[in-house]
Design a protein. Sequence first.
Length: 166
Amino acid sequence: MWTKLWSALAGVERALLVALMLALPILYGINVLLHNLAPGLARHLDGVDELSRFILVWLVCVSLGYTMDKGRHVSMNLLQRFIGASLLVWIQRVLDLIGALFCAYMTVLGWQFLQRIIATGQVSNTLDVSMGWLYAALPLGMVLLTLRYVRYVLFPTHRPALDSAD
């Protein structure tokens, strides 16, 4: 059951990441084409730059958990070569617990910040949408990363294998 849940979560994240990554060059491509071929229409797409920044923030935040699940976060593995496997597992569990606590704290802070942004009614300059859409990416990304850390604390065998070549 848990394996299916994690696979489904990774699938949703992957689909969202692909959509966001495709949206960036498509938006910019259309923007550049219109600026060069139809400058009169281009002025109606003033929000492309701001929308691209929104998408980039969402792309980074949503990718946090997915990247960790694939074992692609930056790691310092010098000590791993000198520590026994059993000790390394326990050190990794402690680090995962610290990571889970930190990310949970960041989730709470991000949520509080998002609530303040929504309460003040801040709106983006060009797109005229709530800035809450931008700031919602942080708590979501931190929740996804917290889930991964908790998973690795509870199920250390779910952690991606460490690549000694990196």
